[in-house]
Design a protein around this ligand. Sequence first.
Ligand SMILES: [Zn+2]
Length: 201
Amino acid sequence: MTQSIVGPEIERLIQLLARLPGLGPRSARRAALHLIKKREALMQPLAKALADAAAAVSVCTVCGNIDSQNPCAVCADPRRDASILVVVEDVGDLWALERAAATRGRYHVLGGVLSPLDGIGPDDLNIASLVARVRQDGISEVILAMNATVEGQTTAHYITDQLAGSGVKLTRLAHGVPVGGELDYLDDGTLAAAMKSRTPF
Ligand SMILES: [Zn+2]
């Protein structure tokens, strides 16, 4: 352990920043130094924003989204199509779909994917509450917006089995050529998936 050249308060700030995704010790030191230099313009407003968010944040008891209100803004919005449910792995995926304005439906956040190797089974995810919502809330379509990973697709299949016989229309996101993508640069799996899920022109 090298001797610290800063006081314990700054050292602790650096250590906490280093625990953020995408930041290692080096970038955490840079971020801490930047904050200290911009103490009034950035550091103090950030500290207040962190405290406010920590006090206000809550998990939506309907869909699992994170917001400062419960039910969340999406669930509380009467202009949303309540008959469409978009199932996502995590809140980050919900936010991504919202940024893209990709759907007028509502969401259900699973809180992860099935992963037997990591000991994550159906009871660790919000699957039972999804099945209950579909049965009770008059849902006509469930869109499975899982990641195109083995775990994501395994989870989608599991949910499909759980909702069999419910009469709900089950769809999933298309797999294939990204917008602006060039065929020559795509991997074999993506190209094969794109050919398989081709649509009428
Ligand atoms: Zn919600």
